[in-house]
Design a protein around this ligand. Sequence first.
Ligand code: CA
Length: 225
Amino acid sequence: MSPAAKVLVIEDDLHIRRLVRAALERAGHRVAEAATAREGLALVDIEKPDGVLLDLGLPDRDGLELIQLIRARSAVPVLVISARADTSEKVAALDLGADDYLTKPFDTEELLARLRTALRRRQADEPMLVTGDITIDLDHRRVTRGGADVHLTPKEYAVLAELARRPDRVISHAHLLRTVWGPAHESQVDYLRIVIRGLRQKLEADPAAPALIRNEPGVGYRLVI
Ligand code: CA
């Protein structure tokens, strides 16, 4: 398989981890391994993998929660591998930002094929947006203003990235809340308001008269490019 990628495998079952590592290495990938959610999250930051394979049944934290935490940090493709076959969980994983879902037991060839697709799709999906003196580089998680890096909190970045993936379109409050905070927080519009205020302070020429992140009252927000 080409190109070779760095893949993080978050899975507490040692047998499956070894099996997956062997398949990935045969395909030319580099592999990092974590047996817990805590370790996995740390390695997302440290290793900056090109793809994540995530088991939902982890000892220290629910995998669905982990998807949200990964998404708040990174746009890395996440492929879920789970023993749970029910559709609602699959939908929840995809809603939270997972790219694909495989049910155990799975064929390693299929795993490699799905990973390849997720890596390719993500590369094609993440353009660099430029508007005025602002650039938003989703591939590298980098936002600049007048050429200087803008420091955003993980939540600010996650909201901005959601808006930037569909520029000039209204993204609903519910969608932003579900994607960034999780389904339980879908109606917490006040969370979103605080984060939008922070983004405007950092990105707008006049935060009181926002031209970049527009309000659609009662509906959502739109990133104007
Ligand atoms: Ca497990």
